[in-house]
Design a protein around this ligand. Structure first.
Ligand code: KMH
Ligand code: ZN
Length: 274
């Protein structure tokens, strides 16, 4: 079994300091949270950024400031900007961080309900356009899957030449699909041989899904974007504390943790400085 890649989704676009005072907004706070996750064992930082007042933004300049600050503290970590941004942003806004040529970025493969009246829109043309730009900029997409149809879309776009193999999937469970062993197994069974996958369980599903992925040979995403609690009713002090818990579970179950360069190898990314 490959070593375990831990992704830390440190910030998100929806969670706020009202949910957990440690949710980062400023450049310094974002770098602090990335460092805490990296030191605990995360090899990928899934990155959204905020203005100082907490407003989500996809501004290229803000991403650059945050990425530089993260690299100063975590020199070899893989930074994976979001191209999902926040609900309601235009495609042009969302694509801005790809202008910084990160190693990875997210590619959301379908439209979904996002609570209340909110709809997270990803039309076929949006997905194909984002995938084309990521190819041109040598950015490996992490395919965000919120339901099974999104796996099928990704496979279709792969066959049409928009997404290269080997594909890497992130199964986000507990938004649209239930976070159950049955649904996770169904998704894992549906992706092409040679693909890699990680799972992001939302809210109380975070650690149960992590434990399942650890034993199934997948990878794990944790972080404030998806969950702000370390255990029932107890807020996590940092993203690092969430990563530490995954590392503890993995160690108990005999799964080693990947370094950033080992994660690059597993994902088919170029080694750093190659
Ligand atoms: N904030 C959501 C609307 C991604 O990062 O690509 C989209 C999201 C997925 O978080
Ligand atoms: Zn995200």
């Amino acid at each position: 079994m490959d070593k375990l890649i831990i992704t830390a989704a440190i910030c998100g676009a929806e969670v706020t300091k009202e949910n957990n005072p440690s949710v980062p907004y400023t450049v310094e706070e974002i770098a602090r949270e990335a460092e805490s996750a990296y030191k605990a064992g995360a090899s990928i930082i899934h990155l959204h950024v905020r203005e100082d007042d907490g407003t989500p933004t996809q501004r290229k300049e803000r991403f650059k400031e945050c990425m530089d600050a993260i690299r100063a503290k975590c020199p070899d970590v893989i930074i994976q900007p979001s191209t999902g941004g926040a609900v309601g942003m235009t495609d042009e806004e969302r694509l801005q961080p790809t202008e910084l040529y990160p190693e990875m970025a997210t590619l959301d493969c379908g439209t979904l309900n996002f609570g209340g009246d909110e709809i997270f829109v990803n039309t076929e043309n949006t997905i194909k356009n984002f995938a084309t730009i990521m190819n041109q900029r040598n950015i490996k997409p992490e395919i965000e899957v919120f339901d099974k149809g999104m796996v099928d879309y990704a496979i279709k776009y792969h066959k049409q030449g928009f997404i290269k193999a080997p594909m890497h999937f992130d199964f986000v469970l507990g938004v649209q699909m239930t976070a159950t062993a049955r649904d996770l197994a169904f998704l894992v069974d549906s992706i092409p041989a040679g693909s890699t996958w990680t799972v992001a369980g939302i809210g109380k599903n975070q650690f149960p899904m992590a434990a399942l992925a650890i034993v199934m040979g997948g990878h794990v995403r944790v972080g404030f974007e998806d969950n702000t609690y370390i255990s029932k009713g107890v807020l996590a002090k940092s993203n690092g504390e969430l990563v530490e818990k995954v590392v503890r579970i993995a160690k108990e179950l005999g799964r080693e943790i990947a370094t950033p360069n080992e994660a690059r190898e597993i994902l088919g990314l170029k080694p750093l400085n190659a």
